[in-house]
Design a protein around this ligand. Sequence first.
Ligand code: 5GP
Ligand code: MG
Length: 179
Amino acid sequence: MEKDIQEILITEEQIQSRIRELGEILTEEYKDKDPVVVGVLKGVVVFYADMIRQLKVPCQMDFMWISSYAGTTTTGQMQVKRDVSVDIKGRHVLILEDIFDTGTSLDFTYKHLMAKEPASLKICTLLDKPSRRKEGITLQADFVGFTVPNAFVVGYGLDYNEHYRNLPYVGVLKPEAYQ
Ligand code: 5GP
Ligand code: MG
């Protein structure tokens, strides 16, 4: 697995240190709000597990799973495969994401959750790739771990063909690892 990595972009130590910083910010933001923290599967799983333990306030955990409609990937049409199970109407909701890339999935997730009338809805993404944002997407993340250049990254939850999610760092694959 490690042999397929060309470069480590963000080390395990850098990730953990940034998550502790974000934890302090989010703990202040959500004190007395009992937020529902919604993770978007599956890429967020590793970040979610670390991040939630740095949020030192009462909170509820929930997850969504979204995907593109089969055969219409070019149109970017998304569907909800698994919705949140907590009733978020009137609740403070924090979306956790692995990466904010073109913005198609976060935009969809945001609108989907907004329709349920939460008291507030904010976004925390581990990685932000602003250079890739699709035209017309004005949504912004409220909390960002790291801004990354326009490269396909893997590790710390992010996959290539479902592999590499268990690497503890974020790295770039060697070209020969793509097949
Ligand atoms: P979007 O383009 O809608 O912002 O991102 C959709 C999804 O594409 C992300 O949640 C993530 O699963 C995947 N994705 C986007 N950029 C990367 C990347 O650099 N590496 C990996 N492994 N997945 C990515
Ligand atoms: Mg993915």
